[in-house]
Design a protein around this ligand. Structure first.
Ligand SMILES: Nc1nc2c(ncn2[C@@H]2O[C@H](COP(=O)(O)OP(=O)(O)OP(=O)(O)O)[C@@H](O)[C@H]2O)c(=O)[nH]1
Ligand SMILES: [Mg+2]
Length: 169
């Protein structure tokens, strides 16, 4: 059995995906790992653990904790932020500092990536990419815009994380 605060093994780095409820975290991880997409919303209860391998199968793997964004889970999530190598976050703009601070406080060295999800719905998104990009610059973190629906930039995002965490940690 794997516990959330168990350190990742040498070639399998721990990644946590955080953000507000229904922002698209599970769909992003599903697209990255199974290349599937569903428009039916199924809330994540607590957190799911998924293994993501690099596309060539050689560069190493990620142990991805995809957390549930509903407020009722927030007191439980702190255990997932410990020893994190990388964190992916997207949410309403008001909540973004909350997720950023949670990860930063528990894993100050983690690679943090601010991800604008649902880029296929450019006219409807809650955070405009230019605002997210500005926030990422202020925090000195990476910024990516992706769509789990179309798959745009999803593989690139995970390959970037695999390269970065296996190179620097
Ligand atoms: N248009 C569009 N909709 C998306 C995309 N990704 C997710 N959605 C939709 O957004 C809704 C929520 O997606 P989830 O991935 O389940 O959201 P979540 O962040 O995991 O939610 P919690 O588990 O409650 O934290 C679903 O109805 C998805 O179909 C996307 O790239 N484009
Ligand atoms: Mg989910």
């Amino acid at each position: 059995m794997v516990s959330p605060n168990q350190p990742a093994s040498l070639d399998c780095k721990k990644v946590v995906v955080v953000g507000s409820s229904a922002c698209g975290k599970t769909c992003l991880v599903n697209r990255a790992t199974t290349n599937a997409y569903s428009k039916v919303y199924q809330q994540t209860y607590g957190a799911d653990l998924i293994i993501k391998n690099s596309s060539d199968g050689k560069k190493g793997s990620l142990k991805v904790w995809c957390t549930g964004g509903h407020e009722r889970y927030r007191p439980l999530l702190e255990q997932f932020y410990v020893d994190v190598h990388a964190a992916i976050s997207q949410s309403s703009f008001m909540e973004l500092p909350f997720w950023y601070n949670e990860v930063k406080r528990n894993s100050p060295e983690a690679l943090i990536i601010l991800v604008a999800l649902k880029s296929d719905e450019a006219d409807n998104v809650v955070i405009q990419p230019q605002d997210a990009m500005k926030q990422a610059l202020d925090w000195n973190v990476e910024f990516r815009a992706v769509s789990a629906k179309t798959g745009t930039n999803v593989n690139e995002l995970f390959e970037y994380i695999i390269d970065a965490v296996h190179r620097s940690h």
